[in-house]
Design a protein. Structure first.
Lengths: 214, 161
């Protein structure tokens, strides 16, 4: 695989990540969510309503099939289309949250034909900010934000660093007490369970690193 | 699916004499109300309750439920929300009330991104049942979108104990 992790001396210069790369990310994410759906649902049955895995499987399957039918030709358009389909097909809170993440990131990328890793990181940071605004969650609330924030911070370094940061962030939700969503009704009983949204976020970031060959 | 047939017609149904282009129907424009719940049954029942309580001898504002997922499960469907909002849109704005979690987040995501809902659509911060009744009563009385929103939000201030 090409080394996509070269430093980006000029962030405004020609990028390396094209629409094909973003489509590979979404395809890898769909495959990963499909493989891990049972684990996500098991995590969600501990502190949620036991539908996270099946909801995301439905959503990302739809995204992968749409991207295959009519492949958009810019990175921004790939993410915008993926986000739109997640909002309309997931059925749970993760639909509007992940949908907003990708739509907003897609909007931030504009109509560039290819983007640098740093530009993708900046766009995803805008997406994560929109997720935080939508759900009102801050780091430490035991949500997807706990995996996504460290991941976009580390994406400036490398795809592999982002994957590690997301995985660590997801694992670190286990001792936390949930302050958002259905799990927050459980209070102290949410402690000791990994947050399913943080776990699926780690899968999505790992799929990004996979698409980059890292 | 809830389409136009699933809404109460009210004022709009009496406005047929206003002319084919609708240009002189301004007085009949009524705020529409959409009720988004995780459950199709809850959304439909609250819509029925609100319309029933609002129908105090006159026509009621259009109200449409958007409950559950498109395949009938518990959850939220952006398609059902968009269809319900289109069905109650009479050009005077649409007030949306939502119950929990993904219902609220889906409406907010649709509003933030634009294009999926009628231009003057607002998520109203209100208790679901009481707010729905207040919204439909106010809209049926001819209140504008701001009045409908205020009435629904005010339902939070009614203490029961």
């Amino acid at each position: 695989m090409p080394d996509l992790d070269l430093p980006d001396p000029d962030p405004s210069g020609p990028g390396l990540l094209d629409a094909g790369f973003l489509r590979r990310w979404m395809t890898a994410a769909a495959a990963s969510v499909d493989r891990e759906a049972d684990r996500l649902t098991a995590l969600d049955s501990a502190i949620g309503d036991a539908d996270h895995g099946s909801n995301l499987r439905r959503g990302f399957t739809a995204v992968a099939s749409e991207l295959e039918k009519e492949p958009p030709d810019t990175p921004g358009a790939v993410l915008a289309l993926a986000g739109r389909h997640l909002i309309s097909t997931v059925g749970g809170a993760s639909g509007p949250l992940y949908g907003t993440l990708l739509r907003r990131a897609g909007k931030a990328l504009g109509d560039a034909a290819a983007v640098s890793r740093q530009e993708l990181a900046d766009a995803l940071r805008a997406g994560v900010d929109a997720v935080r605004q939508l759900g009102g969650a801050a780091p430490g609330d035991k949500t997807m934000v706990d995996a996504l924030v460290p991941a976009v911070d580390a994406l400036g370094t490398s795809f592999a660093a982002a994957r590690s940061a997301a995985e660590e962030g997801a694992l670190a939700t286990t001792p936390l007490r949930a302050r958002k969503g259905r799990a927050s009704y459980l209070g102290e009983r949410s402690v000791g369970h990994q947050d399913p949204g943080a776990a699926s976020s780690a899968l999505l970031v790992a799929a990004l690193a996979e698409a980059a060959g890292e | 699916m809830y389409g136009r047939d699933g809404t109460t017609q009210g004022r709009d149904a009496t406005a047929g004499a206003g002319g084919p282009d609708g240009a002189d129907r301004t007085d009949d424009r009524t705020v529409g109300v959409v009720l988004v719940s995780h459950s199709a049954a809850v959304a439909a029942s609250v819509a029925e309750l609100a319309a029933g309580l609002a129908a105090g001898g006159g026509a009621t504002a259009p109200v449409a439920p958007a409950g559950g997922t498109a395949d009938g499960g518990l959850g939220t469907s952006s398609e059902l929300i968009a269809a319900a909002a289109a069905a109650v849109d009479r050009g005077a704005g649409v007030a949306v009330l939502a119950d929990l979690g993904s219902a609220v987040l889906t409406v907010k995501a649709l509003l933030a991104e634009g294009g999926d809902l009628p231009g003057d659509t607002r998520l109203v911060d209100a208790p679901f049942v009481e707010g729905a009744v207040a919204a439909v009563v106010t809209a049926s009385a001819g209140g504008d979108l701001a009045a409908v929103e205020a009435a629904a939000a005010q339902a939070y201030t009614y203490r029961k104990v």
